[in-house]
Design a protein around this ligand. Sequence first.
Ligand code: BT5
Length: 244
Amino acid sequence: MLFFNSVTSTNEVARKFASNSKYNGTVIVAETQTKGKGRQERKWLSPAYKGLWFSVVLQPDCPAENLGLLSLLASNALRKAIITILNVYPQLKWPNDIFLNDKKISGILLESVFQGPKLNHVIIGIGINVTQTSDDFPKEINSIASSLYSETGQRIKREALLLEVLHQLEHDYLIFLSGDLNLILTEWDENCLHKDQQVELSTPGGKLVSGKYQGVDTFGNLCLLTPDNNSSIFSSAEVRIVQP
Ligand code: BT5
C-alpha cells in the first residue's frame, strides 16, 4: 500500500504500476486529489481529510467480458464494508455508485487495459465521502451528494473503513477468480436501488432510452425492457430513475 499526501488522481498514479506483474494488488491512497476523476472525464471532488480516495491495481486472468462483473463486485464489496463498520445499509446503482438515503456517498471508476481478448490489468478507483457536511459540497451536487457522517451521524476512523473495504474486496475477488460469479450477481441484484423500476438511460453516444429495469446479465450488463416489449442490453450508460 502506498500513501501520498496529494496526487492528481490515484488512478493516474496506479496506472504507472499497473502493467508490471509485481504490482498486482497494490493500493494507492491519497489524502487529497487535485484532479480526481469520475466516468466520462467528469470531476470527482476529493477534499483532504474528509474522505477515502484510493485505487487498487488488479491483474485478473479472465476474459475481457468479465470487466462489468468486476465493477459490480467492487460496489458490492464496498457496501458490505460500510455495513460492517457503520451498521447501515447502502443501495447500489448500476454500474457502480453507492447510495445511502437516496444520496450518493461513493463512486467507483474502473479503468482497464486489454491484451487481445483478455484483460491485462484493471484499476479500481474508489472514492468514499466520509465526513463532509452539506456545506462542503458545491450547490450543483449538494442535493444529490452526501457523506457517511451526514447520513448517519457516526464518526468513524477512515483507516478502519479502508481496511474493511480492502478485506471485502479481496474476499470477493478470490471468489470471482474461482469462477463463482453467482454470489456477486445475486448480492448486487438484491441491493439494487432501481430494482423493478422505470428508468431512463443516457448512453455514451448521447441517446436516451426509457424502459423497465430488468436486472443484470451474467456479464454485469444492464437489461432493459423497452415500451415496445423488446429486451435491450447495455454495457455502459447513465441510469436515472423515473418517478411514477
Ligand atoms: C464516479 O463517477 O462516481 C466515480 C468516482 C471515482 C472517484 C475515485 S477517487 C479515487 C480514484 N481516483 C480518481 O481520480 N477517481 C477515483 P461518475 O459516476 O461519473 O460521477 C461523477 C459525478 O459525481 C460528478 O459529475 C459530480 O456530479 C458528482 N460528484 C463529484 N464529486 C463527488 C463527490 N465527492 N461525492 C458525490 N458526488 C460527486
